[in-house]
Design a protein around this ligand. Sequence first.
Ligand code: GLN
Length: 192
Amino acid sequence: MLTAGVIAVQGDVAEHAEAVRTAAKRHGESVDIREIREAGIVPACDLLLMPGGESTTISRHVFGEGIDAEIRDHVADGKPILATCAGLIVASSDAKDDRVSTLDILDVSVDRNAFGRQKDSFEADLDVAGLEEPFHAVFIRAPAVDGVGENVEVLATAEGRVVAVRENSVVATAFHPELTDDSRIHGLAFFQ
Ligand code: GLN
């Protein structure tokens, strides 16, 4: 039994929990879900999820509660984390916005409002490295990655912009993989 921690400040906590359960089952594993709002839980987790929401709020909470150092230790130990949308912004090394403190666990810079107001939300079928069939991705006020360090692998692009990346045990998407019934991104991050 693996312990999966979901940073539960905002965002689709239940949906991520369901997706990781489904992905685990497909890979012959099972997970116990812990919701993380304070320090002390991350060290007990084998894998972590950082959902979307508002990166300013998530960042303020994670740093304010001292969860930030625990997440950095988790990654330094080589344990996996999946960060989505605002989670990607918080995981990055540069959000180019003073209101967002970043964890610097993923060597990328991000453009918080990459797709602009006129395109608040959209959906697209993406080719994702490591997945055999396209993934139906839901974007909601999504960021894009606009600079990648040398160890960062680009997993997917949309409209010419980088929207999914991996660096060692860190996988991040600009879209919301928890909003469809397809748990393959969770599988990619944690079980393959
Ligand atoms: N635009 C949001 C931010 O900058 C992220 C949106 C999301 O997580 N769906 O924090």
